[in-house]
Design a protein around this ligand. Sequence first.
Ligand code: HEC
Length: 144
Amino acid sequence: MNIVLRNFVFLNPNIMKKMLFITLISVTTVFSALLVLSPNKANGSMNHPVTPGTALPDSIQKIVQRACMDCHSNDGNGMARSHINFSKWTDYSAEKQADKAKDMCKQLTKGSMPTKGWRKNNADAVPTQAEVNAVCNWSAALNK
Ligand code: HEC
């Protein structure tokens, strides 16, 4: 009788399926509960607390305002904004700001930003070498 019962429970495919299903539901429920109750949830991901960003220093803000925000702002164009939106700079985390600063230095040094067409039409607003250096020094400080 015992053996018959055991065989019945463990070999019957319908009961096995039901048991598997119940196990899956339980595991999912436990993990969801852990996620919801996680104390670091308000800080973003569980093990990497996010440091809030800071406003651009005045010296950098001045350059960005003049040479970048025609495109990289809420009033700019969507393609540029998807990379950096200076209207939302202070919403970026410190980590993201440091990444973006590095990218700004790179694009300015290569001369690929501001774009060619913009440079042609705004020759007197193109960042000077001193301004490019200022952006790169600022980026280096954020990324050290
Ligand atoms: C005329 C519009 C325009 C201006 C002005 C402009 N950008 Fe851009 N920028 C764009 C566009 C469009 C893209 C997206 C290019 C793409 O996706 O290929 C972009 C992309 C970028 C990227 C991301 C590049 C990459 O491939 O990772 C950076 C960084 C950047 N711009 C920085 C700047 C900075 C800094 C300034 C000011 C000094 C500036 N841009 C001025 C239009 C502009």
